[in-house]
Design a protein around this ligand. Structure first.
Ligand SMILES: Nc1ncnc2c1ncn2[C@@H]1O[C@H](COP(=O)(O)OP(=O)(O)O)[C@@H](O)[C@H]1O
Ligand SMILES: [Mg+2]
Length: 272
């Protein structure tokens, strides 16, 4: 019998942060789910529920307290990690962060930022061909050759996130981990960037973990959705299932609450 062949999977994943001798934050507390090749898996839940921690576990930034991360069916976390598959995950996975201002080296030109993954993974024997690929990638994300010599500080937030996306695409990733990639953008720009994600994903068919706290964003982009609440995955299903027939009380509550797209009010609401 062939197992379901997830590209990336979390099994009973736990990530605890000891804060004091008598106090541990259980950021992720027994989470299991898998992402199919070519699928967009949307992870949604309020701030602090553990979404970023899961994203970091899946791409190997954190080592889970217990449980396992699998890549293409092999364990890539902990002592039992299959080194070959750890390498494969590293090569085939790209990460797009929320804050492009912090994620991009302020002293590097766009050209070098976009070329960097290529340089790291395979070297650049043919600089001219590499630059051509770089320009093509910039065009694919709605920028152009005129941006090659710019520094991140000379770009708008939306343009910077486009650069981050172009950079991630340079090595033809099979999996993209996108952690709230539109959350720090102006509302008017968010729609453009989410549309861009959808477009390039449909063209290139990479698998993606798309983390967001906004339900409508997750609904728009995801094939399947996981709803998190306080370190636990309380519901998973196809986007249609979760949005049309939510099973868990927390999902129902989330769905019934109106999205308030103002970050300050969002914070105030959370305190309540
Ligand atoms: N490195 C860390 N050390 C201590 N606590 C952490 C660390 N990273 C996250 N946390 C805590 O774990 C919980 C989940 O955080 P996070 O995964 O960032 O949530 P989300 O991305 O859903 O907002 C929060 O309570 C956060 O404060
Ligand atoms: Mg987060």
């Amino acid at each position: 019998m062939e197992e379901i062949s997830y590209i990336c999977e979390a099994r009973e994943l736990k990530q605890y942060f000891p804060i004091r001798s008598d106090y541990t934050v259980k950021a992720v507390d027994g989470v299991s789910f898998g992402i199919m090749p070519g699928e967009v898996f949307g992870l949604v839940g309020e701030t602090g529920c553990g979404k970023s921690t899961i994203a970091k576990d899946l791409c190997g930034i954190y080592n889970p307290t217990s449980g396992e991360v699998l890549y293409k069916g092999r364990v890539v976390s902990g002592k039992a990690a299959d080194k070959e598959y750890v390498e494969r995950r590293k090569k085939e996975t790209q990460i797009v962060f929320q804050d492009s201002a912090a994620a991009l080296n302020p002293r590097m030109k766009v050209e070098d930022i976009v070329l960097e993954p290529l340089l790291i993974q395979q070297g650049i024997p043919d600089k001219k061909a590499a630059i051509e690929k770089c320009v093509k990638m910039l065009e694919d994300v709605g920028l152009g050759a005129e941006h090659l010599g710019k520094l991140p500080g000379e770009l708008s937030g939306g343009q910077r996130q486009r650069v981050s996306i172009a950079r991630s695409l340079m090595v033809d990733p099979q999996l993209i981990i996108a952690d709230e990639p539109i959350a720090s953008l102006d509302i008017s720009i968010q729609a453009q960037i989410i549309n861009l994600f959808k477009e390039i994903q449909e063209q290139r068919k990479f698998a993606m973990l798309f983390v967001a706290h906004d339900l409508s964003v997750v609904r728009f982009i995801s094939d399947r959705v996981g709803v998190m609440y306080m370190g636990k995955l309380v519901e998973t299903g196809t986007t249609e299932e979760v949005f049309n027939a939510p099973q868990h009380e927390y999902t129902k509550k989330l769905l019934s609450s109106i999205t308030i797209p103002d970050p300050r009010r969002e914070r105030a609401r959370r305190v309540v």
